[in-house]
Design a protein around this ligand. Structure first.
Ligand SMILES: CC(C)(COP(=O)(O)OP(=O)(O)OC[C@H]1O[C@@H](n2cnc3c(N)ncnc32)[C@H](O)[C@@H]1OP(=O)(O)O)[C@@H](O)C(=O)NCCC(=O)NCCS
Length: 225
């Protein structure tokens, strides 16, 4: 996660690393994780200042990339005048593939995303997610990708549906806490029996009325956003 020139191009975007050395990247993360949509979907974030963002990027974000070979990426809108230049591109969102390493972690990474409010509903998140999945499949042979989100998050559900994922229903997600129930999606070509990825085979018998947010304070738990 240290190469400042690394990027994955898509028709309208450049997907690159979040660099802790850049104030602009740290500030962008603070803005992104504090939009009304992000807070309503994921709860309040602990990433509220440039220095906290920098510590997270240097710590957990970098460790995930080192461990898995993928993690959280920035996606930026290409400049009309200099479309291949990363420094001229405008950061608008993040896309991530996350896989834990603690006992009971799922065997496939889960896809996460977030975008600044003013750029929503233009297909950018879908484009970034597809670009990243294509890249890790081509370069690292990663084909299986899960979608996990709070059951009430309609925007997340719409993105997974639009990417061709299949909704396999609610599952208890013990990795994120004892009472966490989430909506689970699998990428095209994957088994609908999600026990093969380490999730429960069936939906929980009684879905608790007060379903906890899958993403809670997502960046603390290492959930993909
Ligand atoms: C979820 C989120 C990233 C979607 O970003 P986006 O850039 O607006 O999504 P896209 O424009 O790429 O949309 C992809 C598809 O989802 C649909 N969609 C997106 N937001 C939607 C919404 N709020 N309601 C219904 N459909 C929605 C789009 O219409 C599009 O469908 P189509 O391809 O069939 O036309 C954005 O709402 C967000 O940042 N939310 C807060 C953070 C969050 O919830 N992250 C997910 C945690 S798992």
């Amino acid at each position: 996660m240290t190469d400042p020139n690394f990027h994955i191009p898509t028709p309208r975007l450049l997907i690159s690393y979040l660099l802790p050395s850049l104030d602009s990247h740290c500030d962008f993360l603070v803005s992104l994780y504090n939009t009304p949509e992000f807070i309503s979907a994921n709860g309040k974030t602990s990433i509220t200042t440039r220095s906290i963002a920098r510590r997270q990027l240097e710590g957990r974000f970098r460790a995930e990339h080192a461990r898995n070979g993928y993690g959280t990426y920035l996606f930026s809108l290409r400049s009309p005048t200099n479309p291949n230049s990363l420094s001229d591109a405008t950061p608008i969102g993040t896309v991530s593939l996350m896989r834990g390493d603690e006992p009971g972690s799922y065997t496939a990474p889960d896809l996460g995303f977030a975008i600044l409010s003013e750029y929503m509903r233009k297909g950018y998140t879908k484009e970034a997610a597809q670009g990243l999945m294509d890249y890790v499949e081509r370069e690292q042979g990663v084909k299986d990708v899960l979608g996990l989100h709070d059951p009430g998050n309609k925007a997340s559900a719409a993105v997974f549906r639009s990417l061709g994922f299949r909704d396999v229903g609610l599952r208890q997600l013990l990795v994120f806490g004892p009472d966490v129930v989430g909506q689970v999606w699998v990428r095209r070509g994957m088994s609908e029996d999600v026990s093969v990825y380490g999730l429960p085979r069936e939906a929980p018998l009684a879905v608790v009325a007060d379903v906890k947010k899958v993403d809670g304070t997502a960046e603390d738990k290492g959930v993909a956003v």
